[in-house]
Design a binder for this molecule. Structure first.
Ligand code: ATP
Length: 543
């Protein structure tokens, strides 16, 4: 990771998120817990609006009689809400038990822990002594960190720094130096790193009252997808869906990330919005392209800047052993270096890997085939459910295991991207015409926590009464706030910062003609509307 493109912008966003009650560190009064975040009064509305928009646009609002643009044909959508703790065998068959890990490495001296693949270094020499200087940063930041580290290690003054002989660029520790030769980022001497260890990212827990027994071990799900696969047959047997169809789920997932970082971007507890879309193998490539493009458009429809988004198809060597195609939708978060993007959502063509794994047992690739992995006695290493998860098409009279397209999005990463994208600073005239700096969140009205604020110009002359009447007209239809505290300029500023797209102000003229001022957050346009029509006018603009 090189220096962030816009750290000051990121700092301003984090500070606004805290100050205005979008996001707080979890258990903050006890010092917080790394990788865990709480959503405050505005944040919970933003995230809920985002999840509701996803559920509406993907599931309940989907027209199953029409062929959407770019789709090979019409399709059905349905939903599920599965448990966080599932039968442990589900994770053995899915591959998470054996494969869902990172490598970590500890420094005995500093007690710091690193992801093995994040440690980079370069060789430095001075008067016959050579050391491999490590950093957990990359690019310019990594070069600066290693230069400072080497200077300190060799006991040199700044003007002697040029005497250090450097060999090559920053390269991974693995394959370039031994641990004895490596000077860890926070260590004073080389050779303090432990053997790299595999670290499974699944959180473990125990089910039932008897603690400590191996067989009551269970896991907090690291993704919501497996709950969908194990219920595939239930959905098929109890609803009238026919392939092609999709099952959607929104829910919490847990990953014991070694280095949670970048605000909520990499958390240990987060929410996912996942679809498993089941289709005939012959049409699967066309469905894959449809979902990749459909999901890309969704972010644009909700206002994410196209210039900060990127759709990236994985190269063949990046694909999982079962995937026939994967694309990531990525966003240029301000905490990343110029030109770098962070994943918002992955869209994967998973073939028949998942349904077959839950039927037959954990699969591995052998030659061009996926086969059940066996142990030394030739038995399946992780036995599947034995249930038939194939599909019988009663029109074509064909039986097959459907292929799966999986659009898998993170609700927290999306909320963060929308927050970052919406954050704007501009200059507007105040009530006396003087230029005033303002901070606003240009959130799409569907995502905005509060849709409209009702403000009496002053707290007297019957204006609060009329504003209360207006507030009560609006409240049954949308998230609406009443605010009479402080100057009207300050109240507008408060609403702009919270991302409220519209304000309705009751002033002296309102008392005479029962019209109110409708102010637009982004254009600052103000128009007068009859109080009785206010609900309809706002609803038109929210649509
Ligand atoms: P990364 O490479 O960033 O760790 P991933 O490829 O492991 O992500 P997936 O397993 O594809 O992620 O998960 C699907 C989505 O879930 C991601 O696109 C992301 O939006 C979200 N997600 C995954 N891990 C986290 C996390 N630790 N914190 C927040 N969101 C996450």
């Amino acid at each position: 990771m090189t220096a962030p493109a816009d750290q000051s912008r990121m700092d301003a966003i984090v500070s606004l998120a805290k100050r205005r009650g979008f996001i707080f560190p979890s258990s903050e009064i006890y010092g917080g817990l790394n990788g865990f975040w709480d959503y405050g009064p505005l944040g919970v509305e933003l995230k809920r609006n985002l999840k509701n928009a996803w559920w509406h646009d993907m599931v309940t609002g989907h027209d199953e009689l029409a062929t959407p643009s770019g789709a090979p044909g019409p399709y059905e959508m349905t939903g599920l809400d599965c448990t966080i703790i599932m039968h442990p065998q589900a994770w053995r068959c899915s591959g998470h038990f054996d494969l869902f890990h990172d490598w970590l490495i500890d420094c005995r001296e500093s007690k710091r822990r690193y992801r093995y693949d994040h440690l980079l270094g370069r060789w430095a020499g001075y008067r016959g002594r050579r050391v491999f200087v490590l950093t957990d940063a990359s690019g310019e930041e990594g070069l600066t960190a290693t230069a400072a580290k080497a200077q300190k290690f060799f006991g040199l003054r700044a003007k002697q720094a040029g005497e250090i002989e450097w060999e090559g660029d920053l390269v991974p520790l693995a394959g370039h130096a031994s641990r004895e030769e490596a000077l860890a980022p926070e260590a004073s001497e080389p050779g303090t790193l432990t053997e790299p260890r595999e670290f499974n990212l699944m959180f473990e827990t125990r089910v039932g009252a008897v603690a400590g027994e191996a067989d009551n071990r269970a896991f907090l799900r690291p993704e919501t997808a497996q709950g969908i696969f194990v219920n595939f047959k239930n959905v098929l047997d109890t609803s009238r869906v026919r392939v092609p169809f999709g099952i959607a789920q929104i829910g919490k997932s847990f990953r014991n990330e070694i280095t949670p970082r970048n605000f909520t971007f990499r958390s240990r507890e987060f929410e996912q919005m996942e679809i498993e879309f089941f289709c005939h193998p012959a049409d699967s490539q066309a469905w894959y392209r449809y979902w990749r493009d459909r999901r890309w458009r969704w972010y644009l429809e909700l206002g994410l800047s196209e210039g900060r988004l990127q759709l990236r198809e994985h190269e063949a060597d990046e694909l999982s052993h079962y995937s026939c195609g994967t694309a990531d939708i990525e966003y240029a978060f301000p905490f990343l270096a110029e030109g770098e993007f962070g994943e918002l959502e992955g869209i994967a063509h998973r073939g028949d890997f998942d349904l077959r794994s839950h039927m037959e047992g954990k699969l591995v690739r052998s030659g061009g085939e996926l086969v059940v992995e066996t142990d030394e006695t030739g038995k399946p290493r992780h036995r599947g459910s034995g249930r038939d998860l194939s599909y019988f098409d009663d029109v074509s009279r064909e039986r097959f295991v459907p292929h799966v397209i999986e659009p898998s999005a993170g609700a927290d990463r999306a909320a963060l991207a929308f927050l970052c994208d919406a954050y704007t600073e501009d200059e507007v005239p105040d009530e006396h015409g003087k230029p005033r700096r303002r901070t606003l969140l240009k959130l799409h009205p569907r995502l905005a926590p509060v849709k409209v604020a009702v403000l009496p110009l002053v707290k007297k002359d019957g204006m609060p009464e009329m504003a209360t009447e207006l507030y009560r007209l609006l409240k049954p239809h949308m998230a609406c706030q009443y605010d009479e505290k402080g100057s009207v300029g300050r109240r507008y500023a408060r609403q702009d910062e919270a991302g409220t797209p519209f304000c309705l102000t009751v002033d002296g003229a309102s008392l005479g003609d029962r019209t109110v001022t409708l102010r637009d957050r982004d254009s600052l346009e103000q128009v007068r509307v009859p109080l009785e029509e206010a609900v309809d006018r706002i609803r038109e603009r929210l649509a």
